[in-house]
Design a protein around this ligand. Structure first.
Ligand code: UT7
Length: 320
């Protein structure tokens, strides 16, 4: 039987500090009503000084290992998807490796903006199916608060900080595991969502710039295409999908993809209202929430999709 990659455990970390829309309205010319209406966001978590990309990533990874009943010694590889690493190098993945006490294997950071977790799942799946690694942590950890222009109301209200993780290992029983991943990119659209400047915890990094309307337009079209592509590749109908776990950028985009699939709203996992857009962390945070509270069960068909800076976009279809 072909090896399949199982999602053996999920974990999450959210910073302690919660910032509401009303809190932000004290800093920039915006309102709770505008933010809710246009995005569905009510609040976001913002990292304190000790809540680094590595710290949050390690906390989420610990949760994923615990959930899988695995030990740090079971980890062969760590893939950390982020656009906000703590340092240019070493890779934040290796800071996480050290925090977890993993003393072998390998790891690296992966830069694909909001699609980073989907890209990470795809790479991990290939590593596992080719036998290059058995236990792989895929982590999305982001500290977007450090790359915000806090004067720009068009972007600073949209993002939050946090981390989510999955622990993957070979399996394949009862058709469970990652069924497919599809990755896409279009570098010619790089200028509609980007960050100029360097990374780092202490100095002033670059800030995020976005043409929101353009990104929105591409998101609605490309996510609908990628969802169809995933189903077609697996010979499945839309009605087979139990759960949509989308990237959490905007409730209007999430609703559009859910409608396209004909899914009732209660089958779409939504965290954007409480987390805002946490980029590469948003899907594993949503997945961890819905798997931990018992909504997503073993054997359910889960479709994940994301689009972000690059542009990058993609999907992962998983029999949980
Ligand atoms: O995760 C990566 C992928 N990112 C995304 O998918 C984001 C995609 N884009 C979006 O979600 C939406 O385009 C936004 C939420 C960013 C913006 O929503 P929109 O409905 O496209 O609004 P808009 O940019 O067209 O702006 C409408 C109005 C403008 O005023 P005028 O020019 O019509 O007078 C803005 O200046 O809203 C104004 N505006 C605000 N008003 C109050 C923009 N930001 C704010 C704000 N508060 N925070």
């Amino acid at each position: 039987m072909a090896i399949r990659t199982l999602l053996a455990g999920v974990g999450a970390y959210l910073p302690e500090r919660v910032v509401t829309n009303d809190d932000l309205a004290l800093r920039v010319d915006t309102s709770d009503a505008w933010i809710r209406e246009r995005t569905g966001i009510r609040q976001r978590h913002l990292a304190g000084p000790h809540e680094t990309c590595a710290h949050m990533g390690a906390e989420a990874a610990r949760g994923a290992l615990r959930d899988a009943g695995a030990e740090p010694a079971d980890v062969d590889a760590i893939i950390l998807a982020t656009s906000t690493p703590d340092q240019a190098f070493p890779a934040t993945a290796l800071r996480v490796q050290a925090e977890l006490g993993v003393d072998r294997g390998f790891g690296f950071d992966l830069s694909a903006a909001c699609s980073g977790f989907i890209y990470g799942l795809s790479v991990a799946d290939a590593l596992i199916r080719t036998g290059q690694a058995r236990g792989v942590l895929v982590i999305g950890s982001e500290v977007y608060s450090r790359i915000m222009d806090w004067q720009d109301r068009g972007t600073c209200v949209l993002f939050g900080d946090g981390a989510g993780a999955v622990f993957l290992r070979p399996g394949g029983e009862a058709g469970r595991g990652i069924l497919s991943t599809h990755l896409h990119a279009q570098g010619s659209l790089g200028d509609i969502l980007y960050v100029d400047g360097s990374v780092g915890r202490h100095d002033r990094p670059g800030t995020l710039a976005m043409n929101g309307r353009e990104v929105f337009r591409h998101a609605v079209v490309k996510l609908a295409q990628v969802v169809d592509q995933a189903l077609k590749a697996n010979g499945l109908e839309r009605s087979a999908v139990d759960w949509l776990v989308p990237h959490q950028a905007n409730l209007r985009i999430i609703d559009a993809v859910g409608r396209k699939l004909g899914l009732p709203p209660e089958r779409v996992v939504v965290t954007v209202d409480r987390h805002a857009n946490t980029s590469a962390a948003s899907i594993p945070l949503a997945l961890a929430e819905a798997a931990t509270d018992g909504r997503i069960r073993r054997g359910d068909l889960v479709l994940m999709e994301a689009l972000g800076g690059g542009l990058t976009w993609g999907s992962a279809l998983v029999r949980y």
